[in-house]
Design a protein around this ligand. Structure first.
Ligand code: KG4
Length: 328
């Protein structure tokens, strides 16, 4: 069964064909980094306009690379939540048009659920229940996954997402956009224990996150120190984010007595986070499921993948489907 997946939730226009929810036949991602880098973050209106220009060529390229025609698709799947409203609208409209024209089902996909499913496209089969950890540019949350489709939100960021903090700190350090990969690289040359930045304690709940205070701590450090070592700042900042994420994840995994931790989202490309979380989980006999780097950041293969599970459960959307920018 072939599913065409489409994702336009933020600043990547993506289309992919996946067979039986497992085998990636094509995975095309058109990045808008060049458009947004001058602003140090995503400029929503420009993202929507770029999606309009890219969506058809990206879908055509995905079909070409899979050597298939739209008439061979059993369904079309599209991210409808969460994301930027203007961006989501382009993908949802394209998905509806294809579903209508080809007379195939439209499957509505939650982008965060798709991030968690990404590891399954790499031949991994996590044992459920497990703890899902989504760490991306727009989200940082801990989710109890009873089974695919059944989730309990345990904690989420109360302000900035982890990726947003990476991007904002990189902007403060004048490193460029997106900041995550640059800080990741510079950190290998820095001392992660050189500076002590605060780990936020959240009154609202022990599994919630907050990263805006950390970003402010970096800003204050820069204001009050004339000569700074950028690599040490990058490494110390990164270590604080990574420690915040792994300590809460391990605590919840122990509390819920699960044997799997499933990671997804752009920040999961971070070397130190992958390494440290696996190491800490391993000590407790908990297995971590981490997607390969190209499936961590936004892509449509993960959308087509989870759509297969939804399709089997007959979760099909009407053609009146509306995008929903905010999930929680
Ligand atoms: O999931 P994603 O592709 O899309 C959004 O949620 O927008 O995540 C993008 C985020 C950006 O904030 C980027 O800086 C961050 O993921 N990121 C990283 C790394 N690679 C990407 N953060 C830390 N280390 C990395 N290696």
């Amino acid at each position: 069964m072939y599913i065409l997946g489409i994702d336009t939730s933020c600043d990547e226009t993506a289309a992919s064909v996946v067979a039986d929810g497992k085998e990636i036949l094509s995975n095309i991602v058109s990045s808008q980094i060049d458009i947004h880098s001058q602003f140090g973050g995503v400029f929503p209106e420009l993202a929507s306009r770029a999606h309009i220009s890219f969506i058809i060529p990206v879908i055509e390229e995905a079909m070409r690379e899979a050597s298939l025609k739209l008439s061979s698709m059993s369904a079309v799947a599209v991210t409808y939540t969460p994301g930027l409203i203007g961006s989501l609208l382009i993908g949802v409209s394209a998905g509806k048009a294809i579903a209508y024209a080809m007379n195939i089902p439209l499957i509505h996909v939650n982008h965060l659920e798709a991030h968690l499913y990404a590891c399954c496209l790499d031949g991994q089969s996590p044992k459920l229940p497990g703890i899902g950890v989504i760490v991306s540019g727009g989200e940082t949350s801990l989710i109890y996954i009873k089974q695919w489709g059944e989730y309990e939100l345990m904690g989420r960021t109360q302000d900035d997402a982890a990726g947003e903090a990476f991007d904002k700190v990189a902007k403060l350090l004048q490193l460029g956009y997106p900041g995550g990969p640059i800080i990741d690289r510079l950190s290998t040359e820095g001392n992660p224990y050189a500076l002590k930045f605060p780990m936020a304690q959240i009154k609202a709940g022990k599994y919630h996150f907050s990263f805006s205070g950390l970003k402010t701590a970096v800003r204050n450090y820069l204001k009050t120190n004339d000569s700074v070592n950028i690599n040490d700042i990058a490494a110390s900042f990164q270590e604080t984010v990574v420690k915040t994420v792994w300590t809460k994840t391990i605590r919840i995994a122990r509390e819920r007595q699960v044997s799997s931790i499933i990671l997804g989202g752009g920040v999961v490309a971070n070397k130190r986070l992958r390494e440290k979380l696996s190491q800490e989980a391993n000590v407790l006999g908990i297995k971590t499921y981490i997607p390969p780097i190209k499936l961590c950041t936004d892509n449509a293969a993960m959308v087509a993948g989870i759509a297969y599970i939804n399709y089997k459960k007959k979760q099909v959307a009407p053609l009146s489907l509306d995008p929903v920018p905010k999930l929680w």
